[in-house]
Design a protein around this ligand. Structure first.
Ligand code: GLU
Length: 428
């Protein structure tokens, strides 16, 4: 079977993310009994672009940076997905992440396909000026591949709304116009047409699905202890919303280390501390610990919101949580996933759990297209309703088919993309 081989062959890549994405797809394709020619279509991206940018920086040095753009699939709409900026991102990572976006947009029910970009560069090493130059240079380099009907980028790990403002300005500037025709990028500053509540959307969505899971499995959130790995945009907001819902956030980690207080951390004070010192380390009223100790902290709910492949077969057995809410993309490797499933740990899979960001990106896209304005309350209500609706859909399907939440989420998402392929027709 040529197509099955093509999935297998892809496993020779060096990216954990792509390996996990292909594994999940292979499993889903088997359960859905997909035809080989369909598997071949969805196992590979529609378009992969690699560019090199060499902008001159304000200190006179020239940067030499690789960047990637992948449109995995656009059957259900233009490719959607963030720009990841890290010093180790690879084309294969971006292929895997763009595939995840295809399933995420399909599952959460927005008319987009899956895409992703990567800029291989350490954002922490850049001055604000150098960062802006790199973002603008990247935007110019991939300009032909961005558009409301092609690919609409957004923030991802290592990028933020200021960067999206520069992407937006770079495009309007090159057109010689104030605004663009339609939405070219989401997650922009509100002053430039961004939507209120987009910044918090992913973290809030994580908590909305976590609350839904607690209800199903009988955990009282006001008595729950939560550990959060990663205190960036997703982890920080998830921790704040968990605390707001009455839970006790007992352990948090970021790149500076981990902190734990079994009586509960004051998240507002921690956010202030992080603002001042750029990390959780050294926070008062907490004991310092390691990143790994946060993963296996004595908690009811674990939110891995840092990066990929954090829970592997070597640490999966130590996890004490009853629920794992995947704030990050691909934080659990397939072998660890199996071990956790065997132990009956309830996992809210990434394509459901962290889909709040792209859902609110869709609201930003429609707001800009229609020259509308939504209020913070409207955005929050629509986000909450959609996250709970999709959680219930996945949960009920998993019960009906006797499969895990991840398997149910994948099967629903892949099934909808396949339905889209057949509805379009197979002819060119
Ligand atoms: N980067 C986010 C994600 O992985 C958001 C993507 C978007 O809003 O397009 O879901």
């Amino acid at each position: 079977m040529i197509e099955q081989q093509s999935i297998e062959n892809k496993n020779t890549n060096n990216s954990d993310i792509l390996t996990t994405s292909l594994y999940n797809l292979r499993q889903s394709a088997g359960r859905l009994e997909l035809d080989d020619h369909i598997i071949a279509r969805i196992a590979e991206p529609k378009e992969k672009i690699e560019i090199t940018i060499d902008p001159i920086l304000s200190n006179g040095e020239t940067a030499h940076v690789k960047a990637f753009v992948v449109r995995h699939n656009d059957v259900l709409g233009p490719a959607k997905g963030g720009i990841r900026m890290t010093n180790s991102v690879t084309m294969d990572d971006i292929v895997g992440l763009s595939m995840e976006m295809t399933w995420k947009t399909s599952l959460i029910g927005v008319p987009f396909g899956g895409g992703k970009s990567g800029i291989r560069c350490d954002p922490a090493s850049l001055s604000p000026e150098a960062r802006e130059i790199i973002i603008r240079s990247f935007t110019r380099g991939i300009r032909r591949h961005i558009g409301p009907e092609i690919y609409i980028p957004a923030p991802d790990m290592g990028t933020n709304e200021e960067d999206m403002g520069h992407v937006r300005d770079c495009i309007a500037y090159s057109n010689g116009t104030s605004i663009t025709k339609g939405c070219f990028v989401t997650g922009k500053p509100v002053i430039l047409g961004g939507i209120v509540g987009r910044r918090e959307a992913t973290g809030k969505g994580v908590i909305f699905t976590t609350l839904a899971a607690c209800e199903k499995i009988g955990i009282d959130i006001t008595k729950a202890r939560i550990a959060v790995q990663g205190f960036g945009n997703v982890g920080m907001i998830a921790a704040a919303w968990a605390a707001k819902s009455g839970a006790s956030v007992i352990a948090v980690s970021d790149i500076t280390g981990g902190i734990i207080n079994e009586q509960g951390l004051d998240i507002d004070a921690l956010r202030e501390h992080v603002k001042e010192t750029s990390g959780v380390r050294g926070f008062q009223d907490a004991t310092e610990t390691t990143n790994n100790a946060v993963l296996d902290a004595p908690c009811d709910i674990l939110i891995p919101a840092a990066t990929q492949s954090q829970i592997t077969k070597t640490n999966a057995d130590k996890i004490k949580a009853k629920i794992i809410a995947e704030g990050a993309n691909s934080p659990i490797t397939p072998d660890a996933d199996e071990l956790l499933n065997r132990r009956g740990i309830f996992i809210i899979p990434d394509i459901l759990c962290n889909a709040g960001g792209v859902f609110v990106s869709f609201l930003e896209y429609t707001q800009e297209t229609q020259r509308e304005q939504m209020t913070y309350e409207q955005v929050e209500q629509r986000l909450r309703d959609r996250m709970v609706e999709k959680f219930d859909e996945v949960y009920n399907y998993s019960l009906e088919k006797h499969i895990t939440m991840r398997q149910a989420a994948m099967d629903i998402a892949v099934g909808k993309v396949v339905e889209g392929i057949y509805s379009r027709g197979l002819l060119p």
